[in-house]
Design a protein around this ligand. Structure first.
Ligand SMILES: *[C@@H]1O[C@H](CO)[C@@H](O)[C@H](O)[C@H]1NC(C)=O
Ligand SMILES: *[C@@H]1O[C@H](CO)[C@@H](O)[C@H](O)[C@H]1NC(C)=O
Ligand SMILES: *[C@@H]1O[C@H](CO)[C@@H](O)[C@H](O)[C@H]1NC(C)=O
Ligand SMILES: *[C@@H]1O[C@H](CO)[C@@H](O)[C@H](O)[C@H]1NC(C)=O
Ligand SMILES: *[C@@H]1O[C@H](CO)[C@@H](O)[C@H](O)[C@H]1NC(C)=O
Length: 677
């Protein structure tokens, strides 16, 4: 009995010594909150496992978890602040590392629900008007701040601070701890998702508030990370509540308190047995199941798409690579189709059409150079390859009297050749369709003739291999802005044929320019070029086509016509009547040279070197026509046979030299096209 009375007495004395009735309830230890005495408000809940979860994943909410009974931090009789000690374990588990909200606070507040507070950066403790520290909100807090807020002069986005009646901390420091073992300062990430332990000690006598943090499980550091003097007597109300506060802003994260102990009136708060704390939800669980499903689906979808794209790319690459292998060496001359499409504005501006295809005008974007873009359709890949190789070697030929091939582009069965653009078009337009063009003077014509001779000589002798033009004619002589003559389309005729033997092709040159021996051998040589050049000379001097479309079939061809005049001693009668007064000697020279070049016997024709010498006045032509000149020409120029008969002879002779392919009907069409075109 006496013992019982004594016990009651001692208890009463103890209660009195601790400063009144309120102090009686203010020692507790909560290893987890399952059976703890806390009041939650806002979004805060105590989870089934016993975690105090302050906010859920909704934005712009706050949550409070407070001890339900008020605490008096003031000595009832003296009014002096009372010491307290508390420790707790928290974990901040961000949804996204780069957007994790504003942190968490341990707070002394006048109400366990802090009714005037707002969410976001005010931590659920203050509002927009009382956050600067001037207010009388009665709030003292220790913040674990994970956002750098300039408004509150925050030092960084990972710091510990002491707040008195406002969010502008009276003292703060980057989150760190002094390692007990090494004595060195170690940085601490507040948003690591791992449990942290915080110790707060307040000494009533010195009014020092000291805060220490460290990773949970490490020995308690001896040195506090941040401290400040706070007069709790004046800073907080008589009835003050203690607990945790946290608010979500635009970004949300999960803030948990795992355990908490508190002691008022001196001495250290009881230790928390960390092994008894509830486990944090596994990081998988924090992610909603729907999100996981969506993520998995998205990943699968992306994988499918990526592998599909890779497959397509690889396939395309392979398709191109197959052709690129052999094209590599022609690389510099390849032009991208895209660029050509842009240069020609989608192949709109047609400037010509020939046996090979259409020609378009274009301007290369990069250089601004004007170009003629020739589309050549080509069915056979085999032939195409040889064609491209020939074209590529042609593009290495450089002479001022050759139309420069800039490059080529190959797309599907189509070959596109890019040449320098010649403003004045082809010579035949000036010679024959001169309706709205001034008549070319002899001086101009003489210059063009010499230009073409120089270009052809270069093809025959100026290059490491002999290049036979195969299709010399006025239509293939182009004129630049200064009316300089330039040969175009060299090298085309040979490979244009769909894959037959290169030496013997069905379609060579243009009817009217074909040397007679072509019908027997089918071979184009420099000599057949000279023959065609001879016809070209006559064309220019006489202003007539080698065979007019409306010619009477019995009328003599151009060669015979001029030859007959020469034999009659009146060669100048053959001169183009539109040419007025001119250097008659020069014109006569050109006429005679034209006839010599058109000699039916290839051995009697001059070489291009001789031709150039004669044109330069360094060689001579005979006064009278050589006897055998023209004897054999009737077959080709006399039109004693109709074209069909001619074609029959021509093709028949050809079948003896070439293993004819089904494409011979095609070449017949081709022939037809060239003659009509
Ligand atoms: C919780 O605290 C209140 C107020 O002090 C008290 O009435 C209640 O009995 C406590 N409950 C427990 C389980 O400690
Ligand atoms: C989060 O808490 C708020 C406030 O209590 C509530 O309205 C909301 O439904 C909660 N959201 C979730 C996902 O639990
Ligand atoms: C802000 O909180 C204080 C108390 O701390 C209160 O007096 C004031 O009315 C609140 N202001 C607003 C705008 O809610
Ligand atoms: C620790 O944090 C401070 C401030 O945040 C920083 O200046 C320092 O470089 C950090 N030290 C280490 C070792 O990361
Ligand atoms: C602390 O605040 C109380 C109440 O305002 C005051 O009486 C006391 O003098 C203050 N103590 C100090 C050391 O300033």
């Amino acid at each position: 009995m006496a013992a019982a009375v004594l016990a009651v007495l001692v208890a009463t004395l103890l209660v009195l010594a601790r400063g009144g009735p309120a102090a009686a309830a203010t020692e507790f230890v909560f290893p987890g909150f399952a059976r703890a005495n806390v009041t939650t408000s806002g979004a805060a809940v105590v989870t089934a496992s016993g975690l105090l979860q302050l906010t859920n994943e909704t934005n712009e909410v706050f949550g409070h978890g407070f001890y339900p009974a008020p605490v008096r931090f003031k000595d009832a009789s003296t009014g002096a602040p009372l010491s307290f000690s508390t420790t707790f374990v928290v974990a901040i588990v961000p949804r996204y590392l780069d957007a994790h909200g504003h942190g968490i606070a341990f707070a002394l507040a006048p109400s366990p629900t802090v009714p005037a507070a707002v969410a976001g950066k005010y931590l659920g403790l203050f509002n927009t008007s009382d956050n600067r520290g001037q207010g009388r909100s009665g709030v003292v807090a220790v913040e674990l701040d994970t956002a750098k807020d300039e408004e509150f002069s925050d030092i960084n986005e990972n710091h510990v601070g002491i707040d008195v009646n406002g969010l502008r901390s009276v003292s703060s420091a980057p989150a760190a701890y002094v390692d007990v073992g090494t004595g060195s300062l170690v940085n601490l990430s507040l948003v690591s998702g791992k449990p942290l332990q915080v110790w707060i000690e307040y000494d009533g006598a010195s009014m020092r508030l000291e805060v220490t943090v460290s990773p949970a499980g490490k020995p308690r550091p001896a040195v506090p990370i941040v401290s400040s003097t706070v007069n709790l007597s004046s800073a907080v109300a008589d009835d003050t509540y203690i607990g945790f506060s946290r608010a979500n802003g635009a970004a949300s994260s999960s803030h948990y308190v795992l355990g908490w102990s508190f002691l008022l009136g001196g001495g250290r708060a009881p230790d928390i047995d960390l092994s008894k704390l509830p486990a944090l939800p596994s990081s998988k669980k924090t992610m909603p199941r729907l999100l996981i499903v969506i993520l998995v689906l998205a990943v699968v979808l992306v994988l499918v798409l990526v592998s599909g794209a890779v497959a397509v790319l690889v396939k395309r690459r392979r398709r191109f690579a197959e052709e690129e292998d052999w094209e590599i060496e022609y690389g510099p001359h390849r032009i991208r189709y895209k660029d050509l499409h842009a240069a020609t504005r989608g192949f709109r501006d047609v400037i010509g059409a020939g046996g090979f295809g259409s020609v378009y005008h274009g301007v290369l974007r990069r250089s601004g150079a004007e170009v003629a873009v020739k589309k050549v359709s080509h069915g056979s890949r085999q032939g195409l390859r040889e064609f491209v190789s020939e074209i590529a070697s042609m593009s290495r030929l450089r002479h001022r009297n050759l139309v420069q091939l800039q490059g080529y582009c190959r797309r599907r069965g189509e070959l596109i050749l890019v040449y320098d653009y010649m403003v004045n078009g082809s010579l035949d337009k000036h010679l024959f369709d001169a309706d709205n063009k001034p008549v070319l003077s002899w001086e101009r014509r003489a210059k063009i003739v010499r230009d073409v001779a120089a270009g052809l000589l270069y093809l025959h002798e100026g290059w490491k291999q002999v290049v036979v033009h195969r299709d010399i004619k006025a239509a293939n002589v182009l004129l630049d802005a200064d009316m300089n003559g330039k040969l175009s389309d060299f090298g085309l005729a040979r490979q244009y044929d769909h894959g037959s033997k290169p030496q013997t092709t069905h379609v060579i040159g243009t009817l009217g320019y074909l040397a007679p021996e072509m019908s027997k051998t089918g071979k184009a040589t420099t000599s057949t070029d000279v023959f065609a050049f001879g016809t070209f000379l006559l064309e220019v001097a006489c202003g007539r086509r080698p065979m007019e479309r409306d010619d009477n079939l019995d009328s003599p061809g151009l060669v015979d016509l001029v030859l007959d005049r020469w034999k009659a001693g009146r060669i100048m009668d053959a001169k183009d009547p539109r040419i007025g007064v001119c250097d008659e000697a020069d014109l006569e020279l050109v006429l005679k040279l034209g006839l010599l070049c058109s000699h039916p016997d290839p051995r009697r024709r001059p070489s291009m070197r001789q031709v150039v010498q004669i044109l330069e006045g360094a060689g001579t032509v005979p006064e009278t026509p050589p006897k055998d000149l023209g004897s054999n020409n009737r077959l080709f120029y006399g039109y004693s046979e109709s074209f069909d008969e001619f074609a029959t002879i021509f093709l028949a002779s050809e079948t003896t030299t070439v293993t004819t392919q089904p494409s011979s009907s095609h070449s017949n069409d081709e022939q037809q096209e060239r003659i009509s075109g």
